[in-house]
Ligand binder design. Structure first.
Ligand code: GTR
Length: 424
């Protein structure tokens, strides 16, 4: 009952019109055939990890870039890092806090995004670290009063008292439940986060603000590749550039994490930047981990209509036309092989199609197989609150709603302990 009441509230919240024909019935999923993962564009069978790396993976990435996620053109932009805050007595003396101003400059303007970093104080060695973008500002992830408040545009939110697109000080810590900073530190991981609106404010303005403002005039074909997700993923890659300069951090052990639209971004960052050692997709749904062809919950048309700026402009041609896509989201996950990937869903987050998220991971298996890794052998959905691992792949479906919880984090770190922290 509670489940249906919540579904109903979601339905109201996200706009009745767009969702009038949402399918939540497995029986109404159209028959579909997933495009072949291990057959290249010219029909060649891909039989080895070398062929995968040299032929098929680049083909898939090229398609994802041109037709799905786009590409942030940074050729006029110089990125620099400046540590503006350092405190080795943070979080009650258990952590180092750093705030890093990441400046993006062309020959006229500069835009700054602040990255908040916490590192466990107890470690004498460089630490593995989890990096992810946040939705309402760095200061919302913890009540630590030293965290800088961004003056970038933020989404209005009644619950948080944001009504003029400015984050007030009263929003300190409002998203702390999604970011169990002390626990992450206690488990031996560093945590870094950037407010996604510092990179690109999340509304459709024709790519004039945020980092796009620094691009200058672009060719028609480069303009078509502009997208918010690619700008957010670019920001994550810049964070990675910083980690390579920070001796307190083990840059071979950086895990990229994201929830929902930012999970779509973490997947694309992980696919396009192989320096990320592990990738976490939390409830990323349509355009993230979920298979588009199932047309269960949010569809490509829904997402492109409500968020026309998230993807490359050519992605719109697949609205109500999923079968024309020469790939599906399992291919995005397949490009991550052989790195560890954790996909997580939530039972009451049917809009994100939990089963489609799992099936995507399942169908990414053959690329992991080429590296001699174990993969899931059963298409059956696992039990709720019962994570499953196979080789470098992990999945869970948690009870509850579209969110990030302590449960999710504990499971991610269990998996990361095995495949990143204690692996060479
Ligand atoms: C929803 C959107 C989803 C997901 C979510 C979020 O409105 O339809 O694809 O990205 O937002 O990011 O919270």
């Amino acid at each position: 009952m509670v489940f249906f009441i919540r579904l109903f509230i979601l339905y109201i919240l996200f706009g009745m019109e767009a969702k009038a024909q949402v399918n939540y019935d497995e029986n109404d999923i159209p028959t579909y055939v997933l495009p072949q993962l291990l057959v290249s564009n010219d029909g060649t069978n891909i039989n080895s990890s070398e062929e995968w790396r040299n032929i098929r993976r680049p083909e898939i990435l090229e398609f994802l870039k041109n037709q799905v996620y786009g590409h942030f053109n940074d050729h006029r932009i110089i990125v620099k890092f400046h540590i503006t805050d350092y405190d080795d007595g943070a979080l009650g003396g258990r952590a180092i806090r750093k705030q890093v101003a990441i400046s993006f400059a062309n020959d006229i303007d500069t835009i700054t995004a602040n990255m908040l970093v916490y590192l466990p104080l107890s470690s004498s060695e460089p630490v593995p670290l989890i990096v992810g973008l946040n939705f309402f500002g760095n200061h919302t992830v913890h009540s630590d009063p030293s965290i800088l408040i961004s003056d970038s545009w933020v989404m209005n939110n009644e619950e948080f008292g944001i009504d003029d697109h400015v984050a007030p000080p009263s929003t300190r810590g409002v998203r702390a439940h999604r970011w169990p900073v002390s626990r992450i530190i206690e488990r031996g991981y560093g945590l870094a986060t950037i407010y996604y609106g510092d990179l690109d404010p999340d509304y459709d303005d024709g790519f004039k603000n945020g980092l796009h403002a620094l691009q200058g005039a672009l060719s028609k074909s480069d303009q078509k590749l502009n997208s918010s997700i690619s700008a957010w993923a670019f920001g994550l890659s810049c964070a990675m550039d910083y980690f390579e300069t920070d001796e307190d951090v083990d840059s071979d052990k950086i895990i990229v994490f994201g929830h929902s639209r930012l999970g779509k971004s973490s997947l694309w960052a992980g696919a396009s930047d192989e320096r990320f050692a592990m990738i976490i997709s939390n409830n990323s749904g349509c355009g993230g981990a979920a298979l588009s062809r199932r047309r269960y919950g949010e569809t490509i048309k829904d997402i492109n209509t409500r968020f026309p700026h998230w993807f490359a402009s050519d992605f719109h041609q697949y609205n109500d036309n999923e079968d024309a896509l020469p790939l599906d989201q399992h291919m995005l996950l397949a490009t991550l092989a052989p790195r560890p990937i954790y996909v997580a869903s939530a039972l009451e987050d049917q809009w994100a199609d939990p089963k489609g998220e799992f099936l995507s991971l399942f169908n990414a298996g053959p690329s992991y197989n080429l590296y001699g890794l174990k993969v899931f052998t059963n298409e059956m959905m696992p039990n709720v609150d019962d994570p499953i691992w196979a080789g470098k792949m992990a999945y869970h479906i948690r009870s509850g709603v579209h969110d990030v919880t302590l449960y999710d984090w504990e499971k991610y770190m269990d998996f990361a302990d095995k495949h990143v922290r204690y692996s060479n």
